[in-house]
Design a protein around this ligand. Structure first.
Ligand code: UDP
Ligand code: MG
Length: 137
């Protein structure tokens, strides 16, 4: 049983698929343990994605992540981290397996609808970035 952080990115909120994304997680046995909507500032988006600060897409990614509201959530379950990554599909929707969230809804490698922690270590940074212990059920 582990916990992971997922985000419906600004493109997902605009495309009105918050419910479909959450539903896909629930149908695959994950539980929503915390949930909220917020609008990241550019500085907050830069802090969240600090691991990517040297990457060429860092500025564009953090502009995108701060362009509108997002829905952030903690998901819990057996192998939650790898399960969420599988349900999301590959970063580039062109490579995402049929039936995954990104294959269904993503426009391109940047605007790819959803985020999920990629390791225990990143979940341990990302969950407390958004939620206090009292907010996680
Ligand atoms: N991204 C991008 N261009 C790239 C790779 C990634 O714009 O070449 C964006 C995309 O939104 C991705 C995020 O940066 O989801 C974080 O990249 P990462 O490699 O961690 O992909 P993820 O873990 O989200 O699949
Ligand atoms: Mg990642």
């Amino acid at each position: 049983m582990d916990r992971t952080l997922s985000i419906v990115k600004p493109d997902g909120v605009k495309k009105n698929v918050i419910g479909e994304v959450i539903s896909k997680f629930e149908k695959n046995g994950l539980r929503v343990s915390a949930l909220k909507m917020l609008h990241l500032s550019k500085e907050e988006a830069k802090s969240f994605y600090l691991v990517h600060k040297e990457r060429p897409f860092y500025n564009s990614l953090t502009e995108f992540m701060s362009e509108g509201p997002v829905v952030v959530m903690v998901l819990s379950g057996g192998n939650a981290i790898s399960k969420v990554r599988e349900i999301m599909g590959s970063t580039n929707p062109k490579d995402a397996a049929p039936g995954t969230i990104r294959a269904a809804f993503a426009s391109d490698i940047e605007r790819n609808i959803v985020h999920g922690s990629d390791s225990l270590q990143s979940a341990a940074y990302e969950i407390p970035f958004f939620f206090s212990a009292l907010e996680i059920m």
